[in-house]
Design a protein around this ligand. Structure first.
Ligand SMILES: [Zn+2]
Length: 281
């Protein structure tokens, strides 16, 4: 497959031919950075792990340039660091038994440039072959601009290919800002208790990120446990780990639906919930 960047990387852990590997996709995640998928889309990874009838594909849009570095990575150039992060993402794909791992290699500024069509075109190319049933994107109330930009480009690509392939479900997932604030009726509750060993390994392989003191491995597991515990005040915990998502399916099904209006309606419902309790007690 030909993508815009010559350094774009397609890795198939089981050695299948890349196009065939991509074509078997049932669950797909499109994320900004190496390690985002493992934090936000473990639900999809776990759904496919060890199965022959379901396959998970990860797409990382940026090249990992400019990432923080310390310890053994302290003296690494930007180019060396990009290589480290690319290899770490491949390690995760291997551990998680992904069907295919695509790394498109764009810079953050290219992704954030709304006039740059290249990102959308590459994503359309992936989507036409992968034809996923379930898609995991960044949520649109994230606080990292590159995450939001990747989600917006992903929605544009999904809308562009909608006549050829339309996923049944599109989730907006948690990384930089969780979704505990959504009113319960709006929460897409994704159970992720399965194989906590694999879940831990998937975040743990990103040594260059964790080693600098950012304990994404512990924080990710902690957030999932906290969600499972605090989700319902009266029920006992059915799951030991949950992630929450925002349903983005309507934005793909209705290309005329303005993205900002759609997301702000969630904020309004949260506001209404707070107001109702304060005024009613
Ligand atoms: Zn990220």
């Amino acid at each position: 497959m030909q993508f815009h960047n010559p350094g774009a990387d397609v890795f198939v852990p089981d050695g299948s031919e890349p196009e065939a590997a991509l074509a078997r996709t049932t669950h797909l995640s499109i994320a900004a950075h190496q390690d985002d998928i493992e934090i936000m889309a473990y639900h999809g990874i776990a759904e496919c792990f060890g199965r022959k009838d379901r396959w998970f594909t990860g797409v990382v849009v940026t090249n990992g340039a400019g990432s923080a570095r310390s310890g053994i990575y302290g003296g690494y150039s930007d180019e060396e660091m990009q290589k480290v992060r690319l290899v770490e993402q491949r390690k995760a794909a291997y551990v998680g038994e992904y069907g295919c791992q695509v790394q498109l290699g764009f810079s953050s500024s290219q992704v954030k440039d709304s006039h740059n069509r290249a990102v959308i075109e590459d994503l359309e190319k992936v989507l036409r072959v992968a034809r996923p049933e379930t898609v995991y994107l960044h949520n649109l109330a994230d606080k990292h601009d590159t995450h939001i930009a990747v989600a917006l480009r992903s929605i544009a690509a999904l809308r562009a290919v909608a006549t050829e392939t339309r996923p049944k479900k599109v989730y907006g997932c948690e990384v930089w800002r969780d979704l505990d604030w959504l009113v319960d009726a709006d929460k897409q509750v994704l159970p992720v208790s399965a194989r906590s060993n694999v879940a831990a390994a998937l975040v743990g392989v990103f040594d260059s990120q964790v080693t600098g003191g950012k304990r994404y491995d512990l924080a990710t597991a902690g957030r999932r446990l906290a969600h499972a515990t605090y989700y319902a005040s009266h029920a006992t915990d059915q799951e030991s780990a949950l992630t929450f998502a925002m349903d983005l399916t309507p934005l793909v099904e209705n290309p005329k639906l303005p993205v900002a209006d759609y997301v702000l309606a969630y904020v309004e419902r949260f506001r209404g919930d707070v107001e109702k309790r304060l005024k009613g007690l």
